[in-house]
Ligand binder design. Structure first.
Ligand code: ADP
Ligand code: MG
Length: 725
């Protein structure tokens, strides 16, 4: 057999076939390294052994409530199958000297030959009452001599259907044996020594197969440290250009009389087209941008502001001032719906200014595209709006000075690089453009530092005046009659409604959406899909008279746009969609949003979705519908009902998510983390990256070692994924 390396596909491991490969891919695991890095998200501690007799079942709430118990006992009766019962359970009794308990197994006929009277066993499971008798159903059971005391901390992995924690354990164990030595440490020696860190291989051993919870905790800490260094430093090394001086054009001249009277008049025209005055946060953000545009150091600025806070207006003004100064500005939107909307807003702003924007989408007709590209190349088009279509190689700009990306996290890092249109100059400098990024997913400052490095931030906190608070309720579907009625009242008043579902149809979910790991209550089957909902709505006596339509990501662009336009025009009254509407859609007449299976979404997504309503002057309602009783889901719903502050919710979101949450990181446009928690480990992140930066700056042997191992490990672990993001 050929040697196996960290970069080999998981299928090179014995026992991982095509079906396992598919399941692992769902967990974002493709290579051996991915598998090793997939550390348990929690552990079951079976090491505290109890006794049957110490169990007091009198305070049980109901017969189905169970209590965890690990114990050692002796088999008292030979396993026998109850053939009169339909499910043919296998049962036998065990005793530990303090009491006896009945074990019941379904679908486990092999156990009958494995255990017999007198065997000493280790058992872990839930004790429940059945007909007044203590029993355990499908507990873990093993011969006592086979259970080492130090194997009683059991790893639990975030899983997808069809995989078990013991599958993962087995594969990881092999993977670590074969390639564990290829793992290079990316932590400075001085820090490793001070913190008592072990080699990466040992740390992974400890995380996957801990002897105690304390070992598991220490391993996770070390791996989080390493992961944050990899991300923080590796990202920088990877996105290159490091240390090279970059320059951009000075867009706005400084000094007295730099701006002609004619320009000033045109600028005033634009401002009067606004129709409102900017909020003070908008004014401050725009002033930040103007200051940046006066410099030849490329702007690298992030505008953070909640949905509806008026970021787009700041972006629009930034583009227009650039255009007035005779240079080109690009606005990139993640969807054609959004790009079209921006185009309309900006066209209105530019009325009577003597300039016109252009719009370039993937679906723009070839002849029209060619015309637009000519205009761009000739410098005739100065305000350019579009989607990814703008990133194709055959577009040449005349004098591009500013690139704005809306909802940045939707663009991958590599694409982001491309947007900056970096060009190598003669004198070793790199010619770049000013870069402005707008995001409505507020990123806590420390996290922004890790992801974007030294990006400057402007924050828009204050909302435009005249906005009404949105009332949010958490309800379960038993209230469907009441939900239906409230919808019909609003619809009768001429208003419109969004209904958001977690699935498109029976088995399709929206690509890239922020669903949580874990099984839905009542199984995946119970999740209401867009098409289920459409059927329901069309059959409800109060609602069927109103026109409804579906919207989801994989629809044809043309159909999506048309549906959106008809909804905004008021022709469609009820829009039933997936999270595609999360980004930027603006219909001030839609004041009700029903979010089905709300427990399936993260806080940030819920907040983004809710931001679609409350845009007009009418009272708005958001209904979160869920059957979930999980504590985590309930606390998210409670937060949503209590807060409308996106920043507060974002921080809470990170806090509620476990370490290495899959979707939380992806949402921010960074690759999956397995050990680090973006919220709780932020102090480590800053500490670790600062320490490494310092060493690398000083140079020397240790700097070289770190440089090399970080680059190598980053390539292996994250680089390919960055391309995919
Ligand atoms: P964001 O991009 O932050 O979600 P937008 O820029 O799309 O927000 O603004 C949301 C809505 O508020 C738009 O309809 C816009 O015209 C309006 N708006 C923006 N700024 C103001 C303001 N200062 N006063 C009143 N309305 C505003
Ligand atoms: Mg916007």
């Amino acid at each position: 057999m050929a040697a196996i390396h960290l970069s080999n596909p998981v299928t090179d491991l014995y026992g991982v076939g095509p079906s396992a490969e598919e399941k692992l891919a769902k967990l974002d695991i493709y290579t051996i390294y991915d598998l090793i890095a997939f550390i348990p998200w929690r552990y079951d501690d079976w090491s505290k052994v109890g006794t049957i007799g110490s169990f007091d079942m009198t305070d049980r709430i109901d017969d189905s409530t169970g209590y965890d118990l690990s114990f050692r006992g002796t088999v008292m009766t030979n396993p026998s199958v109850n053939i009169t019962s339909r499910k043919k359970p296998l049962t036998f009794f065990v005793s530990d000297g303090t009491g006896r308990i009945k074990l019941t197994f379904f679908n486990s006929p092999y156990l009958s030959g494995k255990f017999s009277v007198g065997d000493e066993c280790f058992i872990h499971g839930q004790v429940t009452l059945f007909n007044g008798q203590m029993q355990m159903v499908n507990p873990y059971i093993e011969k006592a001599e086979k259970i080492a005391d130090d194997a009683l901390v059991r790893p639990v992995y975030h899983l997808t259907a069809g995989l078990t924690s013991s599958n993962i354990s087995k594969w990881v164990s092999t993977a670590l044996k074969l390639c564990g030595d290829e793992l290079l440490s990316c932590i400075p020696l001085s820090i490793a020594e001070q913190k008592g860190f072990v080699s990466p291989k040992e740390a992974y051993m400890m995380a996957h197969f801990p002897a105690s919870l304390e070992d598991a905790r220490r391993a996770r800490e070390q791996l989080a440290y390493e992961e944050l260094i990899l991300l923080g430093i590796g990202m920088k090394l990877y996105s290159s250009g490091h240390g090279v001086k970059e320059i951009a054009e000075q867009v706005i001249p400084s000094g007295p009389n730099a701006i002609s009277r004619d320009l000033a008049a045109r600028w005033n025209q634009i401002k009067s087209n606004l129709g409102f005055t900017l909020t003070s946060d908008q004014t401050a953000a725009f002033r930040d941008v103007q200051t940046d545009l006066m410099s030849t150091t490329p702007m690298n600025r992030l505008i953070q502001g909640d949905v509806g806070s008026g970021k787009t207006m700041v972006a629009a003004l930034s583009m227009l001032i650039t255009a007035l100064m005779g240079k080109q500005a690009v606005l990139l939107a993640p969807t054609s719906v959004l790009a079209t909307q921006h185009y309309k807003t900006i066209s209105a702003l530019m009325k009577n200014s003597g300039m016109e924007p252009v719009l370039l989408l993937g679906k723009t007709k070839a002849s029209e595209k060619a015309e637009i590209k000519d205009k761009i190349a000739a410098g005739e088009a100065k305000v350019i709006i579009g989607t990814h279509a703008l990133l194709t190689d055959d577009i040449s700009f005349n004098d591009l000075a500013l690139v704005i990306a809306d909802e940045q996290h939707r663009f991958g890092v590599k694409q982001r690089e491309k947007l900056l249109f970096k060009d190598e100059g003669k004198d070793g400098t790199i010619k770049s453009v000013h870069n402005l990024v707008m995001t409505a997913t507020p990123i806590p400052r420390t996290l922004a530092m890790v992801i974007y490095g030294d990006m400057a931030t402007s924050v828009i906190r204050e909302k435009p005046k005249g906005r009404q608070e949105i009332t949010t309720w958490f309800v379960n579907s038993k209230k469907s009659k009441a939900i239906e009625e409230m919808m019909s009242v609003k619809l009768a008043a001429g208003e419109q409604v969004y209904i958001v579902c977690a699935k498109i149809d029976k088995d399709e979910t929206e690509a890239g959406s922020d669903y949580l790991v874990g099984e839905p209550v009542g199984g995946d089957e119970s999740v209401t899909s867009v098409f289920d909902m459409k059927k329901q709505v069309d059959s409800m006596s109060n609602l069927s008279q109103y026109k409804s339509a579906v919207l989801y990501g994989s629809m044809k662009e043309k159909d999506k746009l048309e549906t959106m336009e008809r909804f905004i025009a008021g022709d469609i009254k009820i829009l039933i969609s997936t999270t595609v509407i999360e980004v930027g859609v603006d219909n001030p007449n839609a004041n009700v949003m029903i979010i089905m299976d709300a427990d399936r979404f993260g806080l940030s997504t819920l907040h983004q979705l809710r931001g679609r309503i409350g845009r007009g002057d009418k009272k708005s309602y958001c209904l979160l519908v869920s059957e979930s009783r999980s504590e985590l889901a309930l606390s998210r719903m409670k937060m949503m009902c209590e807060s409308s502050d996106g920043f507060e919710l974002a921080e809470k979101d990170l806090e509620l998510r476990g370490p290495g949450d899959f979707y939380g990181t992806r949402q921010h446009g960074i690759p999956t983390l397995r050990a680090a928690n973006l919220y709780t480990d932020m102090k480590i992140a800053t500490e670790a990256t600062e320490a490494v930066n310092k060493i690398i700056e000083q140079g020397g042997e240790e700097a070289e070692r770190l440089n090399e191992s970080i680059k190598k490990m980053f390539e292996l672990r994250f680089a390919r994924k960055m391309e995919q993001l």
